[in-house]
Ligand binder design. Sequence first.
Ligand SMILES: Nc1ncnc2c1ncn2[C@@H]1O[C@H](COP(=O)(O)OP(=O)(O)OP(=O)(O)O)[C@@H](O)[C@H]1O
Ligand SMILES: [Mg+2]
Length: 196
Amino acid sequence: MVRFSNVSFGYEKDAIILNNISFCIETGTFFGIYGRSGSGKTTLAKLICGLLKPSAGSIEVSTKPLMVLQFPERQLFGKTVLEDVTYGPMNILKDREKARQKAQETLKKLGIEEDLFEKSPFSLSGGRKRLVALAGILAMEPEILVLDEPTAGLDAFGYDALCEILKKLNSEGRSIIVVSHDNELLDSLCTDSIGL
Ligand SMILES: Nc1ncnc2c1ncn2[C@@H]1O[C@H](COP(=O)(O)OP(=O)(O)OP(=O)(O)O)[C@@H](O)[C@H]1O
Ligand SMILES: [Mg+2]
């Protein structure tokens, strides 16, 4: 659950970007955030994840949401795919073997073949790079996942794969919150939304 109560936010005091916003995202909702460029979608997503603090009002979350930034593949860093994906769960589980197992399971779920695990993530195709970057977050098993323009720049294969994964995560009871320009995507997936 994510609840915004009379939230306002500005990066600078005299420039309010979000003005007195209230809404509630119930657990298990597939939620869309839409609006024109510059309307504050990314800002709202960062507020949900606690990466920004509201200037006024309050934000309540049932568990800590994790955010997938736009072009998450730009944050890949590992020497190998497996090393990259293990980093997140390692921070939570504090056990290298368990974290590796979780990373392997997650990669398999996303359809990343085992023979790619020891390859450099930078050697993969764009769509696979995105999936590997996503795996690093999913392996931490967030109950609330916020994605900023997750389909931007994906080819048709990557687009379909990502939609299927998000639907599956949602069907497992996770809250999925998607920022997107893509109304078709929002219409086909979301059960609730907010326009800025
Ligand atoms: N770090 C920052 N410091 C100051 N102003 C910012 C900062 N980040 C964003 N802004 C401004 O806040 C407003 C909302 O930006 P935001 O990135 O949230 O919009 P958006 O809806 O995600 O846009 P887009 O669709 O282009 O991604 C814009 O006017 C932007 O210029
Ligand atoms: Mg944005």
